[in-house]
Design a protein around this ligand. Structure first.
Ligand code: AMP
Ligand code: GLY
Length: 420
């Protein structure tokens, strides 16, 4: 038996801990730092790589990294040097997410379909460029900005304001030293995540996130306000296209460039005229996509994470999924993604039906009670025999939970229904 250390404190990490704790090979699952819903929390910060390594060594842990920041900081390389087992990509491989500019150049030189783009570090030049275009753009900070450094623009004035926000006002700090100005692609967005071992990429179930804060995709982008799996937006033909033209091509091109990609490879894709374009790569599971995906897993996730590290995914049995739909509704604190109140007591957990999971994110436990402590607070995740019934089960449960400034979208999954 082995212990597992899950690094991170979001809903994704709670879902991973929950799933991994079901493995017959796993003894105890620790979370660093974890949240109000995870067990065996260890008060070590996700950027304290030395302390994390020391803990993993002392406690015979197989480590699983949830968020991008420690991956970008090289946690996998560090653990490997110390002969500690860790699941996730190396620092070099993590560049696919840690530098949007690196990722765009990688796609360009390897012929992976993505939106047209230019790179700027000078606001004046970026403005001139935007004024010269006859299409709308998206302005993106180069570095990591918790999913918030992307501004989708409706006209040139919007774009100029975005350029100023990132390059001049430095709202995202050094992550905004350089920007990408790229063509806005209008289409349908979906998330395609594969588990990779450097050579083989096993697709996870498809999913669709809801990035904007308000219903009908209005308002600013967030980390994600809800997700469901599978999504009818990706049919078998499209799945095969994404697997071959994007995922396999990415893994192979990385290999050709001397980089072995192990871990979850997430392609955020926009589908236009039946063709997938990569909007972004993430080098980890999506949050909230992870929550509905893990609920549908009918296999021992631990075995597959081990096979990813060992480079043996091609020898593993075919994975199977529950033949049901799953929906995760993110309950957030009103005001997110800007400022929001914290430390509000949350009630109603006992009223949620047993087969529905309430994955915690921005919560903390104090004196036996759960309090809000972040923007995205909980991810209520339910299964159903159809997408419609999964949506209904998730909303029934979401309504049982209360706190003063609870906010959630009322249309999670609706986009999928229109495809059925
Ligand atoms: P990213 O973090 O790069 O995926 O961007 C966040 C969100 O912005 C995406 O999930 C899309 O909703 C939107 N977005 C990013 N790039 C584009 C693009 N080129 N065209 C249209 N929407 C985009
Ligand atoms: N849900 C989008 C992300 O995890 O980046």
């Amino acid at each position: 038996m082995v212990n597992v250390l899950v690094i991170g404190s979001g809903g994704r990490e709670h879902a991973l801990s929950w799933k991994l704790s079901q493995s017959s090979k796993v003894d105890k699952v620790f979370s660093a730092p974890g949240n109000g819903g995870t067990e065996n929390n260890i008060p070590i910060d996700i950027d304290d790589l030395n302390a994390l390594a020391e803990f993993a060594k002392k406690n015979n842990c197989f480590t699983v990294v949830g968020p991008e920041a420690p991956l970008a900081a090289g946690i996998v390389d560090k653990f490997n040097q110390l002969n500690l087992k860790i699941f996730g990509p190396s620092q070099k491989a993590a560049q696919l997410e840690s530098s949007k500019i690196w990722a765009k150049n990688f796609m360009k030189r390897n012929g992976i379909q993505t939106a047209k783009f230019e790179i700027f570090d000078d606001a004046k030049k970026a403005e001139e460029y935007v004024r010269s275009l006859d299409y709308n753009v998206v302005v993106k900070a180069d570095g990591l900005a918790s999913g918030k450094g992307v501004i989708v623009c409706n006209d040139a004035d919007d774009a100029i304001a975005a350029i100023n926000t990132i390059l001049v006002k430095k709202t995202f700090g050094n992550a905004g030293n350089r920007i990408l100005v790229e063509e806005r692609i209008d289409g349908i967005e979906a998330s395609y995540i594969a588990l990779c071992d450097g050579m083989t990429a096993i697709p996870m179930a498809s999913s669709q996130d809801h990035k904007r804060i308000f219903d009908d995709d209005k308002g600013p982008n967030t980390g994600g306000m809800g997700a469901y799996s599978p999504t009818p937006v990706i049919d078998n033909v499209l799945a095969e296209k994404i697997q071959n033209k994007i995922i396999n091509k990415t893994i192979q091109s990385m290999k050709n460039e001397g980089i072995v990609f192990k871990g979850f490879l997430y392609a955020g894709v926009m589908i236009r005229d039946n063709e997938p374009y990569v909007l972004e790569y993430n080098v980890r599971m999506g949050d909230p996509e992870c929550q509905p995906i893990t609920m549908r897993m009918d296999f021992d996730l631990y075995d597959y994470l081990v096979a990813s590290i060992n480079g043996t995914l091609s020898t593993m049995p075919k994975i199977t999924w529950k033949n049901q739909s799953s929906v995760c509704i993110v309950l957030a604190s009103e005001g997110y993604p800007e400022s929001y109140p914290k430390d509000e007591v949350i009630t109603g957990f006992d009223l949620v039906p047993k087969n529905t999971m309430v994955f915690h994110a921005g919560t903390k436990k104090q004196d036996g009670k759960i309090f809000s402590s972040g923007g995205r607070v909980l991810g209520v995740t339910a299964l159903g025999d159809t997408l419609k019934s999964a949506i209904s089960n998730a909303y029934i449960a979401a309504e049982k939970i209360s706190w003063s400034h609870k906010y959630y979208r009322k249309d999670i999954g609706k986009k999928g229904l229109s495809y059925l």
